[in-house]
Design a protein. Sequence first.
Length: 114
Amino acid sequence: MLKNTNIAILTNMDIVDQPVSITDRAREEILDTLSSNKIPDSYGVRVGIRGGSCSGTFVLGFDTMGEHDRVYQVNAIKVFIDKRHLLYVLGTEVDFDAVEGGYTIQKTSSAPGS
């Protein structure tokens, strides 16, 4: 009998609790932006990819829920991820770089495919 406890097969995308992480620094900046710009509660943070899966770039922005989206609560932030992008963004971390004045999004070292 073959037993491998390091393999996880996702057959239902709804079982993923928090596919991305948001640092406390990014959380504070997101909440400040939402509040200071009076962005409606129907908006959240979209995490996705643009382009091909291997050569694609990460997308991060404020958006409303779309037809193919799943909604997650990550560090008290509403996050929208298109279910077609989930496997590509799984394990990414959103941070805020105060020196550069912008958000960063990158795969963590423990993420699948990193």
